[in-house]
Design a protein around this ligand. Structure first.
Ligand code: IPD
Ligand code: CA
Ligand code: CA
Length: 272
């Protein structure tokens, strides 16, 4: 495991990386010339994703040249034998970004032996920098953040998302979305998993769930939620598996009730 000093050093590397990526994204904002679909319908990539990824990688290559890296646009890089793995989303919320809807982020997280330890998420539109490292707490713009205190699902505000494979699978998350909309004060869909987790960490949202995610979407956000006092697991409350793509993150108070609801979504006809 990493010492607090090492964690702080890597947190500063992650911070430098997300700020560099964020500056690139702000430069391309509103000026995209190359928007393409990556295989699946709706799964976009732009020149801004690629340019942000390049500057994030430059920062990592400079500071941690012997670590393993996994990025959304380039895949596996670096020292494949290293136990330290950086998971990078150079633009989380590409669909929003391409439509000039200002809800997107750069997310850089560090896993040690598969466990998230460090995370930085930068939201350029709102100039919010979220940071956390295991045992060192979570902050937004250098101020400590905490999860909400909402204890009843009926008083909660939740957020979720829908993966790009939603037209190819029966596991769409549509039924869960409808059911939880019915049971809560609302369910939002922001279009950025990293910002969804950051919103749970700072108490704006009480809980978040989603399937079909990748390690780069959630590594940084998991550290944020846990360090802000929240809980992150699989839907059934077992330890979260970073590669399973499924995550339930809450303020802790709502965790079991939300897990129960996600595991037993009745047919629409039964709850209307
Ligand atoms: C997507 C966003 C979205 C989530 C998708 C992700 P991208 O990432 O995080 O909120 O619902 O599952 O793939 O493609 O914008 O980096
Ligand atoms: Ca993403
Ligand atoms: Ca992305």
């Amino acid at each position: 495991m990493l010492s607090p000093t090492q964690l702080q050093i890597y947190l500063d590397v992650a911070t430098e990386a997300v700020l560099a990526g964020g500056a690139v994204l702000q430069n391309y904002w509103g000026n995209l010339k190359d928007i393409q679909e990556k295989g699946r319908s709706g799964d976009l990539v732009t020149e801004a994703d690629k340019a942000s990824e390049q500057v994030v990688l430059e920062v990592l290559h400079r500071h941690v040249p012997d670590h393993r890296i996994l990025t959304e646009e380039s895949g596996a890089l670096g020292n494949l034998d290293s136990e330290l793995l950086w998971a990078i989303d150079p633009l989380d919320g590409t669909t929003n970004y391409a439509h000039q809807y200002p809800c997107y982020a750069v997310s850089v997280g560090l896993l040690v032996q598969g466990v998230p330890q460090v995370g930085a998420i930068f939201d350029p539109s709102h100039q919010e920098l979220f940071r956390a490292a295991r045992g060192l707490g979570a902050t937004c713009n250098r101020r400590p953040i905490r999860v909400s205190q909402t204890q009843d699902l009926s008083r909660s505000l939740l957020v979720t998302g829908f993966a790009y494979d939603r037209r190819d699978t029966p596991d769409t998350n549509y039924a869960e979305f409808c059911y939880l909309t019915h049971l809560t004060q609302g369910v939002r869909r922001s279009g950025s998993a990293a910002l969804d987790l950051a919103a749970v960490a700072c108490g704006r949202m009480d809980g978040y769930w989603e399937r079909g995610l990748s390690p780069w979407d959630i590594t940084a956000g998991i550290v944020l939620v846990e360090e802000a006092g929240g809980k992150v697991t699989a839907y059934d409350e077992s330890p979260v598996q970073i590669s399973s793509g499924r995550i339930l993150a809450t303020n802790g108070w709502l965790h079991s009730s939300l897990s129960d609801r996600l595991l037993q979504v009745p047919n629409l006809a039964e709850w209307q």
